[in-house]
Ligand binder design. Sequence first.
Ligand code: ARG
Length: 720
Amino acid sequence: MKIFTTLLLICTFLFSKASNPPDEGMWLPILLGNNQTEMMAHGCKLTAEQIYSINNSSMKDAIVWFGGGCTGEVMSNEGLVFTNHHCGYGSINELRFNKGKEHDLLVDGYWAKSKSEEIAAPSLSVAFVREMRDITDIVLEKLKGVSEADRAAKLQAIYKTITTEATKDNGYEGLVREFFSGNAYYLFLMERYTDIRLVGTPPWSIGKFGGETDNWMWPRHTGDFSVWRIYANKDNKPAKYAADNVPYHPKHSLPISIKGYKPGDFTMIMGFPGSTRRYEFSRGIQYRTDIFDPHAVTERKIRLDEWKVAMNESKENNQKLNATWASIANYWKNWDGEKRDLLKNNTYETKKAQEAEFEKWAANKPEYANLIKDMNALYDGYMPIAIQIPLTLNEGLLAPKISGIAFTLVALDTMFTKNDTAGIRKLVNQLKASDSTIYSTYIQSADQRIFARLLDYYYTNCPKEQRLAFVDQIIAKYKGKTTLESFQKYAAVVYSKSLFASKEKFDAFLANPTMKKLRKDMAYIHISAIYSNYLQKYKPTIDNFNAQYSALNRLYIKGLMEMQKGKAFYPDANSTLRLTYGAIEDYDPKDGVNYKYYTTLDGAMEKYIPGNEEFDLPKELITLYKNKDYGRYALKDGHLPVAFLTNNDITGGNSGSPVLNGNGELIGLAFDGNWEAMSGNYNFDSKLKRTICVDVRYVLFCIDKLGGASNIINELNIVQ
Ligand code: ARG
């Protein structure tokens, strides 16, 4: 690991171009000392130790991994947490009618006026990072002599030993993560709190204002926030929900600044970015633009359209599907933009040129000399069948709910064959316990239509020589005027007969499961045909590709670091805690157009369409707007700020992250990326890539003026 630390140190000096604000990089808090000089030169007043420290309370103690896919921040010494509305969305939707059918908390919003009105959210948890440790030397030592094929399994065993030891007497969760494709390893000790309660949310017309039309777009006017509280037992430790649990007292909570900001002002964001691939090979880019993105986007659109039909049929359907619909829609749009921007930016060609340069440098270095050739050979074998990933797996044939359910029963079948009665009992009990969740987003009519359309998509797009014979047999048996009609006829039979076509039927099967019933089931036969074909023909190639890929990418990154000595390397996002710093900055989306760095409520009013699903606004907000009744949250010119832009480097998972000024005071919450830089997971374009944030003054205005929740405002530490 020392080599990385040294490189990071050198880079600190080479990096100090005082004029350009920094932007790219998702830095490991534990190594922030290396960035401190640059951060301070650009307006950061906190030291690395004040941001991340194991021994003293520091900023990191106010940051939580929220619900597993987002970030939240602790805002008071009574465990109050801010995150995005879209991060709490699923839970708010679950609690939607908690105060009675006549109160729709999702649509109308909700503000607890006292702690007794806060509503427990059983499916939520948050986790703090208590410590991170560099364990690279330990892991690499244990990996000595292990072959590439055995590496993944060996790593799992190593992780287990390390985490068991590190968590044996502290109640933490241990998590080991790989960095730089396996050139470095870190251990994270996380403390997870599971009694989380809803404190408040704006009406969804504010929380998701702009809907899918505005998603990933600037200028933006979404009040994308919600408010929660962490509860603990009397010792301030994690505990299951109990009425007499008490508010959690954090080691640190964030102050808020309502003084505002201007272009060039220092900003930093701390959170849990999910995944980036900034060191991807050129052929990997080709896989995204030519194979994965286009197919997955069309397949998702099929699901989205059919779900929309169901959601419009009834309120019950809407409640069942809307949160999941939004999350499917989110990456449907993202991948569409990603493909466009990877092509527009010539990312493939740029990576190719970098690889050529690498090859030249590597020519006389035996360790690296063949790397690019090997990589190309690996892709040559993989690319022709890579289409099976979007066509067969999660985005394709496995996407209908019924297929997913049938797929989980492959394991049961194996147990029947082995006569493993204990295993069967265990699995059946697990399925019984989770059947409500399994069917919570299942609407038979929509699923059936999706099933038929995705089959047809597979049939039309799968290269003929790779197409599953089973699918051709369906067409032969269920004759229709078109292939789609054949699949529709087939789907009608599957859904009328299958034991998994409704929760009731599934429960009946689980009450008395037999191998005979399972193997006779049409949905099961369907999924078995697909899966066994995949297992035999494609999985070995794909598994081999993945193992070889990570070995080559590991070597490539190591080589790049040697080749570009002095350059600052940051690891790809992997859902671990990171800090990114930069500044408030506008951008020019295209020739002749400049986008301002902030928006105001005036812009929300320009977009306002009464009664519209995406652009409606609450009457009370419009009254406040008409009276310009913004209290202390207005700008000097009397307008109310809503959202703003920074050049920070974030990705999905950072949603809800605190956006902080140089004093470590909260000025907003990060909630989106922008449409002109959708290839950001593969390349960082300083000119175009921005983070979209909701202004904390809009958040406070909604809580205070609109929600009348002075109890929440009084808890906060607001710097005037
Ligand atoms: N684009 C936002 C993000 O990834 C999510 C916005 C909410 N989701 C949605 N489908 N509108 O953080």
